[in-house]
Structures are given as C-alpha cells and as structure tokens.
Design a protein around this ligand. Structure first.
Ligand SMILES: CC(C)(COP(=O)(O)OP(=O)(O)OC[C@H]1O[C@@H](n2cnc3c(N)ncnc32)[C@H](O)[C@@H]1OP(=O)(O)O)[C@@H](O)C(=O)NCCC(=O)NCCS
Length: 284
C-alpha cells in the first residue's frame, strides 16, 4: 500500500468522503455525510477531517470537529466518524488514520477526543480500546434509533461513548506499544471476575448467566465481559440471538458503569472476545 493521509482540501474531497462512507457502512447514501458539510467544517470552521489514499485511490477517512463541553468547561475534538472501504478493513489502516488524527488534534492544542461506537463490533473495539487506548464509561441506549444500513439493520443502536486522552501516558503507551498486555488468564489470576458466560447453540454463540446488577457494588477491581467476535455473523445466523446479545450486554455495561467501572481493554479471541473493566480508573 502506498499510503498518504492528508487533510480535506476541496469540495471534491468532501464528495470522496460521501463515497467512502457509503462503501464502509454499506449504505445507500441517505446516511452519508454531505460533502458541503465536510467542506464547511474543515475549511472554514476548524476540525480534523483527514482522507487516506492508496496512490490516487481514496480508501478511508476520519471526520471530527471542535466542540465546547458546557458542564466540563473544556474543549474537545468530537470525532463523528471513521471508515475504510471494505477491501482495506482489518489491515491496520483505521489505526493509522486515527493516529494521524491524534497528531493533528495535539498540534491544534486539543488533548481530548471523543466518539461513539457499537461495543458489539469487536473490530472497532480492538481498534478503539486495545490499539488506540481510548476508554469508555458511558453507555448510550439506542442512540441513533433504528438505522437501515447493512451493519445496523434490525438492532437498536446502542453505543459506547469513548474518551481518548491524547496527551496521557496511557495513550502514549499504546502508541509506542510499551504498555503491559493483559490476558483473560492474567486478569482472573489477579482476582478479576468474569461477568457472564456464553455457549454455542446450533453453532451460534449465545449469551447466558450475567452478574445481577445488585452484585456489582461488591465486585472486584477488574471485571471481564464476554462478547462474540463476529456480531454480524451472529445476527445473520439468528437475529433474535443478536438482539439477545444487545439486551444482555446493555444490562451488564450499564450496571458496571453505574458502579464506577471503566472499559480499558478488549482482549481479542475467537469466537469470544473479552472487554476488561477497571474500577475507579483515571488517565495518567
Ligand atoms: C472500524 C474501521 C474504521 C476500522 O478500520 P480497520 O482498518 O479495519 O482497523 P485496523 O485494521 O486498524 O484495526 C482493527 C483491529 O481489529 C482486529 N480485528 C479484526 N477483526 C476483529 C474482530 N472480529 N474482533 C476483534 N478484533 C478484530 C484486527 O486484527 C486489527 O488489530 P491488529 O492491527 O492488532 O491486527 C473499519 O473497519 C470500518 O470502516 N468499519 C465500518 C465503519 C465503522 O464502523 N466505523 C466506526 C464507527 S464511526
């Protein structure tokens, strides 16, 4: 890949973002970001909108703007979307685009970036939480209502709100790969608790046995939560089991966040990935 990542420069770049977005989400264009909006934000009002090219071919983008958060009295970069076209997914491109976005935001004096993603999309979890070092302690139920693109169809759009503390040692440790890498075994050996179980029923991974909400108050410092590696495959095989995963994990994420836990890692596995929570976590 002959990769270039650069800021949006023209109206034509805005149209490229519409097209990459449609390809990345498998949508018909109704949910795409209009090109004129990208241009207004990037050219006239600040923000970090970057495009990625393989030679001349547009293959990915990220899209963020500056925002003032009233209750925290603080500015941030609100990163609304990042996407790569299907044939480039899972090859490290999303990570490179986000690291470039971090550099641009830091250069402009911002140390905080936020966005949302579906916690059941574990590729996004791997990228956002494990590779980039973003964390989440915020759960939005059905944030965008029902959407009709391929990835979202049929399931309520629950999302993690994530925080990326751009200048923290935590994120720098992810940037230079110097942080300790937890495993399920190491967390359990240190006294961590597994919050749920799952099992294959007719070859479809199905959730069961979640920790009751009342027990979170006395739970240990670290918790693990099982999620399927391929939520889309589960949905395709049996939509009702997809919906069961949504409801099961909604309950557990909500209870954990309410009790002071933060999601700080995603431990990949097949067919099960594990989210790692820590109580009273703060960025350093
Ligand atoms: C989300 C998205 C931007 C990620 O970009 P990408 O280039 O595919 O991501 P990367 O390859 O940099 O990182 C993905 C990581 O997840 C891992 N991964 C792949 N499939 C996985 C899975 N099912 N479960 C867990 N991890 C997985 C990859 O191995 C990779 O980690 P590695 O680099 O350590 O090997 C891209 O997949 C996309 O456009 N998705 C559709 C749009 C979307 O959902 N955007 C995000 C919300 S706005």
């Amino acid at each position: 890949m002959n990769l270039t990542i650069r800021p949006l420069k023209s109206a034509e770049d805005g149209r490229l973002i519409e097209q990459i977005g449609m390809a990345a989400w498998g949508s018909d264009g109704l949910d795409a970001i209009p090109g004129h909006l990208s241009q207004t934000i990037a050219k006239e009002n600040g923000g970090v909108i970057l495009l990625a090219f393989d030679d001349e071919r547009p293959i990915g983008f990220c899209w963020g703007f500056w925002a003032y958060v009233e209750d925290k009295k603080r500015w941030k970069c609100a990163s609304h979307m990042a996407g790569v076209i299907p044939e480039y997914k899972g090859k490290g491109l999303g990570g490179k685009i986000k690291w470039a976005q971090r550099e641009h935001a830091l250069e402009k004096g911002f140390d905080w970036m936020t966005w949302t993603y579906d916690p059941l999309e574990t590729m996004n979890g791997s990228l956002n939480i494990r590779k980039l070092g973003a964390v989440s302690d915020t759960y939005h139920k059905n944030l965008y209502g029902m959407l009709d693109d391929e990835l979202n169809r049929g399931i309520e759009t629950d999302r993690f709100g994530v925080d990326w503390w751009l200048a923290s040692n935590w994120v720098q440790g992810h940037a230079d790969n110097s942080r300790p890498i937890p495993t399920v075994e190491s967390v359990l050996a240190d006294g961590g608790l597994l919050l749920n179980q799952s099992s294959q029923i007719n070859n479809v991974l199905t959730p069961k046995d979640g920790l009751p909400a009342a027990d979170f108050a006395s739970a240990p410092r670290q918790l693990l939560l099982q999620v399927p590696r391929s939520f889309q495959a589960v949905k395709k095989a049996d939509l009702d089991i997809g919906i069961a995963w949504r409801m099961h994990t909604r309950e557990l994420f909500t209870a954990a966040f309410k009790n002071g836990y933060t999601v700080i890692d995603l431990i990949p596995g097949d067919p099960i990935c594990h989210y790692l929570f820590e109580k009273n976590w703060n960025p350093t």
